[in-house]
Design a binder for this molecule. Sequence first.
Ligand SMILES: [Mg+2]
Length: 217
Amino acid sequence: MNPWSRVPLDGNNTHMPFRPNLSLIPRDRVAFDIDGVVADIMTTFLTLARERFDAGHHLRYEDITTFFLEDCLDLPPWIIAALIRELIDRPHELPVEPFPHAVPVLTRLARETPLLFVTARDRAEPITCWLNRTLAPVPPEAIRVLATGDPDAKIHYLKDHQVEFFVEDRLETCWLLADHGITPIVFAQPWNRLPHPFPEVSGWPELAGLLFEEGIL
Ligand SMILES: [Mg+2]
């Protein structure tokens, strides 16, 4: 039984993030998803749609309300497929930015413990290259990336590495992790605004508050 399954949602079923008044997360027991948590690939997606295909000028980040982009963005499916393919194959060659304050928080964390990233991408190399460049102050040997090829397979990698807390933006993955005793920390995004019982952060400054007593920002 995962501990969060017993946390009741509020009665009218609106979104009510659970902000635990918790002690700090053990810094050597936390790992991170990459896309939508560290790498802001969706901003790049919309930028490329405009610049390369002259499409989606009306679309905003907040319009991305589901992982199924065809369902929430009125873009031709072939454009969506082409851009996603590029973001998967060569994020290090695209203008992909980290989310605000991700770099200083991860840099601080890396002074104490190696960073572990677990992604559903099927190849680790391109995004590892992006991480090494983006997290320039962090020695490459302190950045570990595991590519599972399947979001549902993350659980096995996390268990193998004794991870207890995982920062993730995909709610389906959060539910699965919780079912297996790993506490998901939802990184709030327009595509995960369904009710959930998990701890949630609105961004890296808030996440830093769960990692460091004194905060760092
Ligand atoms: Mg993600």
